[in-house]
Design a protein around this ligand. Structure first.
Ligand SMILES: Cc1cc2nc3c(=O)[nH]c(=O)nc-3n(C[C@H](O)[C@H](O)[C@H](O)COP(=O)(O)OP(=O)(O)OC[C@H]3O[C@@H](n4cnc5c(N)ncnc54)[C@H](O)[C@@H]3O)c2cc1C
Length: 406
């Protein structure tokens, strides 16, 4: 009997994979009243279930290379083959992102649940409170009673969006059996800023390149969508950078015209000024940037809004170009777990075998998904890790059960 603790993406995939060999000898223990609550919220309810570009460089953690083996064995292609085989029809969108064709995350959950029910796997409701090894078997204690299993797969997720179930309660289970738990931080989270400009720009969405700069050096950069809200920045480019913004002081710098160098932007502005010389500075960016963004650029460059464009000097143009290339938002903090989509940190991967996700110290104990210290970028990479690790853990657990019978 294999007991999967946690009925999220990785737990359901682990159960499906183990059920291929063991059929009904699988149970999933889930603390919520239903499995897959977080899956339903993924991709804004559309579930970006994988990314065809998933590669090692999309993953972070103390030892991100731990993820490579599972991704090699069960990567995006194998994942899609499997989902197609259980009835899901998918579609590819921008940047290799894969979604269910019907546009509903519930389709992904439903095919997994159907498959488990076809194979006779059981879903148990209850929160695992403790995990013990007794005579080579595992005992998992919940409020409703005790469950015994030959193999246990801990798939309890991290701490992100705890309202959906994963609140870090899996960490003490692994820790109680000797596993090291690294500090957990919110990842794929909005970044809070002290800049008043974020409030002025609230509600705007731009495409550009965002960078984290610390001590005059660029720590990391991401191209993509940036969203402004009162006191915070979000959007894919920002969320990916959250893991680099923990150490203060640092700034988010936004390049609003990444396709041009700073001097090209200055020349572009000089040409533009020649065409629009009868306007005032506050009107100069109308038609080029959103109105509020234009005003923030002018203000940050120290240009008087009422100044005629015809009087803007080369120095003014260079100052404006500098702001367009490096609009600066000092970081106050990274938003907390409540608004994070993933967790950096958790169970140290050094305690597990990368081929099977089995514990190196406790035979028969496995871990999968976000409970492990592996965190992917935005774009389907986290779910891919959940599928990959869940698959290899489930398969290895089932293989062990069968081997022990011989
Ligand atoms: C809003 C949001 C949107 C996202 N969108 C995407 C996306 O589009 N693409 C993408 O790749 N990633 C996305 N992610 C990230 C992705 O959802 C997670 O990385 C992934 O779900 C992790 O899977 P998991 O199985 O490890 O953990 P989870 O999905 O968190 O599942 C863990 C499960 O274990 C249960 N559990 C926890 N503790 C216990 C316990 N002690 N006993 C019993 N059960 C327990 C929880 O209730 C939960 O059901 C998103 C995350 C959020 C929050």
């Amino acid at each position: 009997m294999v007991l999967v603790v946690g009925g999220g993406a990785s737990g359901l995939m682990a159960a499906c994979s183990a059920a291929l060999a063991l059929g009904g000898e699988i149970a999933v223990l889930e603390k919520n009243d239903r499995v897959g609550k977080k899956l339903l919220a993924t991709g804004n309810g559309r579930c970006n279930l994988t990314n065809l570009g998933a590669s090692p460089s999309c993953y972070h953690g103390k030892s991100p290379e731990f993820a490579f083996q599972a991704l090699k064995m069960f990567g995006p292609k194998e994942t899609l083959d499997y989902f197609h085989s259980i009835g899901l029809v998918t579609r590819e969108e921008e940047d290799g992102r894969i979604y269910p064709r019907c546009g509903q995350a519930s389709a992904v959950l439903d095919v997994l649940r159907n498959e488990l029910s076809r194979k006779g796997a059981r879903i148990l409701v209850g929160e695992a409170k403790s995990l013990r090894v007794r005579g080579g078997r595992f005992s998992v204690l919940t409020d409703n009673g005790q469950h015994w299993a030959d193999k246990v797969i801990i798939a309890t997720g991290g701490k992100a969006s705890s309202a959906l179930g994963s609140d870090g309660s899996g960490y003490p289970l692994l820790q109680s059996l000797g596993h090291e738990i690294l500090p957990a931080y919110p990842a794929l989270a909005p970044i809070e800023t002290t800049s008043a400009h974020a409030k002025a720009l609230s509600g705007l969405r731009v495409k550009g390149t965002a960078s984290i700069e610390r001590g005059g050096k660029t720590v990391s950069s991401r191209a993509g969508e940036i969203l402004f809200a009162s006191g915070r920045l979000s959007g894919i480019a920002i969320m990916d950078l959250a893991i680099y913004a923990r150490e203060l002081p640092c700034d988010v710098c936004i390049d609003l015209m990444p396709e041009m160098s700073e001097s090209e932007v200055a020349n572009f502005l000089i040409d533009r000024a020649a065409q629009l010389s009868d306007l005032l500075a506050e009107q100069f960016f109308i038609g080029c940037f959103q109105r509020m963004l234009g005003q923030v650029i002018i203000k940050s460059a120290g240009v008087e809004a009422s100044m005629p464009v015809s009087q803007l000097s080369r120095n003014h143009m260079e100052a404006l170009a500098r702001q367009i290339k490096r609009l600066r938002f000092p970081v106050l903090s990274v938003a907390g777990f409540k608004s994070a989509q993933a967790t950096l940190g958790g169970a140290a991967t050094s305690g597990f075998c990368p081929d099977t996700c089995e514990s190196l110290s406790v035979k028969g104990l496995f871990a999968a998904g976000e409970v492990l210290d592996i965190c992917g970028d935005c774009g389907g990479f986290n779910l891919q890790w959940a599928w990959s690790s869940g698959w290899v853990a489930g398969r290895a657990a089932a293989k062990d059960v069968l081997q022990n019978r011989k």
